[in-house]
Design a protein around this ligand. Sequence first.
Ligand SMILES: Cc1cc2nc3c(=O)[nH]c(=O)nc-3n(C[C@H](O)[C@H](O)[C@H](O)COP(=O)(O)OP(=O)(O)OC[C@H]3O[C@@H](n4cnc5c(N)ncnc54)[C@H](O)[C@@H]3O)c2cc1C
Ligand SMILES: *[C@@H]1O[C@H](CO)[C@@H](O)[C@H](O)[C@H]1NC(C)=O
Ligand SMILES: *[C@@H]1O[C@H](CO)[C@@H](O)[C@H](O)[C@H]1NC(C)=O
Ligand SMILES: *[C@@H]1O[C@H](CO)[C@@H](O)[C@H](O)[C@H]1NC(C)=O
Ligand SMILES: *[C@@H]1O[C@H](CO)[C@@H](O)[C@H](O)[C@H]1NC(C)=O
Ligand SMILES: *[C@@H]1O[C@H](CO)[C@@H](O)[C@H](O)[C@H]1NC(C)=O
Ligand SMILES: *[C@@H]1O[C@H](CO)[C@@H](O)[C@H](O)[C@H]1NC(C)=O
Length: 617
Amino acid sequence: MASTFGALSTLVALLPAIATSIPLVPRFVSGNGILAAYDYVIIGGGTSGLAVANRLSEDSSKTVLVIESGPIDDGSDSFKIPYLGRGYQNFGTKYDWNVSSVPSELLGNRSIIMPSARVLGGTSSINGMQLAKGSASDYDAWEELGNEGWNFESLGKYFRKSENFTAPSGKLVEEFGITYDSSAHGFTGFIHSSFPRFLWPQLKNWVGAMKSLGHSVSKDPANGGALQLFWSPFSLDPDTQTRSFSREYYDGAQGRPNLHVLLDTTVTKLLTSGDKSVRVDAVEFSSPVGAPKKCVKVKKEAILAAGSIFSPQILQVSGIGPAGLLKSLGIEVVVDLPGVGANLQGHAYNVIVYQMTNVSLGALNLTTNATFYKEMYELYKTKQDGPFTNNGANMVAMLPLSDITSDNLQNLFDAPSKSLSHQDTSISKGYQAQLKILSRRLTTPNMAATEVLWLNEGAMIFSAMHPLSRGTVATTSSSLLAGIPAVDTGHLTHPFDPRIYVETLKYTRKIIATSEMRELGIMEVTPGAGASTDEQIEKAVRDLSNQMYHMTGTCAMMKRELGGVVDKDLRVYGVRNLRVVDASVQPLIPAAHVHSTVYAVAEKAADLIKAGNLWWK
Ligand SMILES: Cc1cc2nc3c(=O)[nH]c(=O)nc-3n(C[C@H](O)[C@H](O)[C@H](O)COP(=O)(O)OP(=O)(O)OC[C@H]3O[C@@H](n4cnc5c(N)ncnc54)[C@H](O)[C@@H]3O)c2cc1C
Ligand SMILES: *[C@@H]1O[C@H](CO)[C@@H](O)[C@H](O)[C@H]1NC(C)=O
Ligand SMILES: *[C@@H]1O[C@H](CO)[C@@H](O)[C@H](O)[C@H]1NC(C)=O
Ligand SMILES: *[C@@H]1O[C@H](CO)[C@@H](O)[C@H](O)[C@H]1NC(C)=O
Ligand SMILES: *[C@@H]1O[C@H](CO)[C@@H](O)[C@H](O)[C@H]1NC(C)=O
Ligand SMILES: *[C@@H]1O[C@H](CO)[C@@H](O)[C@H](O)[C@H]1NC(C)=O
Ligand SMILES: *[C@@H]1O[C@H](CO)[C@@H](O)[C@H](O)[C@H]1NC(C)=O
């Protein structure tokens, strides 16, 4: 195995030049100039990266550098206002990496857009703000997979550490019956967790309908029982009714002279040395993109926080990944690690669109009546109230398998998965271990198989929460700057998943057949009457399904012989001083929108890093 030390020594010689060649403002947003070396270099100033940066820089004797590819956001409404942020106005702008998946025949030959933020604060700056955890079983499954110490109980401390919960107002509790359990929350964290001041009245019809079908309301999703029906909190500042996001970790640490952040700077490679014992000596970057490459030395650790698509790509172009892929692109193999970029899991979703004939005032009026829109915008600007405080799905239904079908689908757990055939045997071993765990847990009432959300405009979104399909992320070039990696979502490649979608769609028809929903004069428009047999529904699902953008798993925390990339201390196998701390380490996606889990994992990661525990020790 080769090292890149030759290239490194040339680059290190250039280091003193960096301090004067990089303008201090705004690219260098903190500190008096970049140092030649830092104790910790964090790659990606996103959701997880800034959380870890804040915690590591609490120790003033340690120097921390964050390198972020994007700029600071411009503070516009599309970032701040919940209703507009939910409209995803930042897709395809300069704040988006513009990722799309490779077209899949199983999705009607479509490619799916996969927005991924390129901005300080990362994807927490543009996401849907839903902040509920998964159920206890979702996290206990991580420990069962071999990750000692990673279970719901022990993660609880870190969920609470990241959070500052504010209970809903008495008015909302009275009118809508919102329930919560304060004892399950934290109150001193950087991320606000609260409820919008306004809810649409039609939500009552949906809640009534779900209760009439026998679903109970869980007191609070934070206490491990995120199942059946529950009120979801949002990453929302309760006073200003604006988005709360990872930038607040940075803002809370801004005065620290030991924390430096480099914006508009793309990491292009990890420079390593050593044979049997590989070490990251420096991080190479281009600032801005296209400028000659420079590098910064790593005294203690390099920390990858570039997200589920880019962390595996950075590893791959640095020679850490599946040897076959690396060799085919002329990349020198530093560590043969087949799991890098494998095990991609996401929540595909489908939307059902309804027409409602008996709604005198609802969310659709915002799109059809410009005067009303203007009035409500003014209401938000002056009083921080009204529909602009609300980003959508307030009451969540997380349903176990037995709620949507009487078949436990046991035969489908044994079906072969097409997507794994070309990968290393360790990957299929790990996948089999996951299947074994899921086949048992998913057939109990303690793990959700499907999620159904009501959108006030007159739509439901539904999604398989524990897909058995797996996708991949693979760089297409030895140069990171040559383009985004190939992302194969793998969606609907395993027969279990389409079955969940078909059964859930049929279930939504039971929901709208209740008297509570009929009162709205509701009628399904899409996919509609053309999708009635199971086959027709499955075709509609394949043609219409999209993404909730919860990509996880591509640098999975699992045993190496199971295709894992990091161990239970989040250390990359085969490298002495490299960890991954972002969504990519989640080995099995939880039945939840994943960013509260990203924060909890990042908080725990910071403690693991502080504890030391490098491979060489
Ligand atoms: C549209 C959308 C809606 C969502 N809605 C929700 C929701 O409602 N609730 C929920 O819980 N989750 C939601 N999610 C998912 C959730 O926001 C993400 O899973 C989470 O924010 C990911 O955090 P991360 O730290 O892994 O990555 P990110 O937050 O994406 O951070 C990665 C950072 O690394 C930077 N980076 C990447 N490559 C490089 C490089 N080479 N050099 C330097 N920097 C680099 C990026 O620019 C980015 O800032 C949504 C996601 C999207 C896209
Ligand atoms: C994404 O596309 C938009 C519009 O085409 C462009 O302005 C932006 O720079 C692109 N972003 C990236 C990271 O390439
Ligand atoms: C997808 O593309 C392939 C190859 O072009 C074609 O054979 C197939 O019929 C297409 N499938 C769909 C559903 O359009
Ligand atoms: C938590 O949020 C409340 C409401 O905005 C705020 O008053 C309080 O200061 C916050 N607590 C911390 C520790 O930031
Ligand atoms: C809202 O839309 C409904 C249906 O189109 C309409 O009857 C009603 O008058 C609208 N109300 C407002 C305030 O625009
Ligand atoms: C549009 O909204 C305004 C303000 O709420 C209302 O007075 C008006 O009747 C609405 N127009 C229609 C066509 O519904
Ligand atoms: C229309 O909705 C109102 C409540 O908003 C309800 O009282 C009425 O019965 C509904 N009409 C029909 C036909 O269901």
